[in-house]
Write a protein that binds this ligand. Structure first.
Ligand SMILES: [Zn+2]
Length: 290
């Protein structure tokens, strides 16, 4: 991916050195830095259910917000941070143009790069949660150590694998704007956990499909993909499929507990969005087969 020299986003806050990040105890239970990677893998196995994140909004048992307000956020200066900023900027270009075609303005999300633990409107964000989107403050949160995990522990290297992760989270932002997230949140408590998981899978696969639509428009606009980039994204989608993660961690697969979809489903929906370049093909909620 030829990203160097491309526009960086104005919506990135680098909070890695702020008091909101480093000074806080990680996890409140003293999980040291050595345990983070393992905790991270575990949380992906369990699936960071976005609906759980939403539950935190309603006082559903989330960690209390730290008192200290985050300070001293600035645009990132290092290559890893600038890469994220360039990808976010491209999602702004793509979705900005997409919204404009129907006479609307795209309210772009903010993206916070944090380290360890960080206060969000959805409760305390932790590195171990993996990257996530908080609908309440319309921000994407990422601890960049996730990319090390993706490359080294989950077998998904490559810059376009990393770009896909950002595009997926921005996909959740689109769902928030379109009211999809809220619709699902209203079902909370009215349906069984099993049904909630099934809805979560449809939400996640839709975000993967949106990421594919982004990749299509991104390439048409910038022509910056290189040999192997698409394969990197497809491989990442496969490596973080629930069945693959469960097999990796415990050796057994429990489909009812899936929250993000199987490897085959994740790659299929990313591909569908990629090939069509149109959000209309991403209606996972009406699909009879995923
Ligand atoms: Zn997601």
């Amino acid at each position: 991916m030829k990203w160097e020299g491309q526009r960086e986003s104005d919506n990135v806050q680098d909070a890695r050195n702020s008091s909101g990040g480093r000074g806080l105890p990680i996890g409140g239970r003293g999980i040291g830095i050595g345990g983070v990677a393992i905790a991270l893998l575990a949380s992906w196995v369990l699936g960071v259910n976005p609906l759980t994140v939403l539950g935190l909004l309603q006082g559903g048992g989330g960690a209390p917000l730290p008192q200290a307000a985050p300070t001293a956020t600035a645009p990132p200066q290092d290559a890893a941070g600038r890469f994220v900023s360039v990808v976010l900027a491209d999602t702004e270009d793509v979705w900005g143009a997409y919204f404009q075609r129907s006479g609307q303005q795209y309210p772009a999300p903010q993206l916070v790069i944090f380290r360890g633990r960080y206060p969000t409107a959805c409760g305390a964000g932790e590195a171990a949660m993996g990257p996530f989107y908080c609908p309440a403050d319309r921000k994407v949160y990422i601890d960049l150590s996730f990319y090390d995990t993706l490359r080294e522990r989950l077998g998904a290297p490559g810059d376009f694998a990393q770009a896909y992760v950002i595009a997926h989270e921005v996909g959740h932002h689109l769902q928030n704007l379109m009211g999809t997230t809220e619709k699902l949140d209203r079902a909370r408590g009215r349906v069984s956990e099993r049904e909630m998981n099934a809805m979560s899978v449809r939400l996640e696969l839709q975000a993967d499909c949106y990421a594919g639509v982004w990749a299509n428009h991104s390439q048409r606009g910038k022509g910056w993909l290189e040999q192997g980039d698409i394969e990197e994204a497809l491989n990442a989608a496969a490596q973080i499929g629930d069945d693959t993660l469960q097999k990796r961690s415990s050796g057994s697969i429990v489909p009812e507990s899936f929250t993000h979809g199987s490897s085959a489903q994740r790659t299929r929906w990313f591909k569908r969005g990629l090939e069509a370049g149109d959000l209309k093909v991403c209606d996972t909620f009406s699909a009879t087969a995923l």
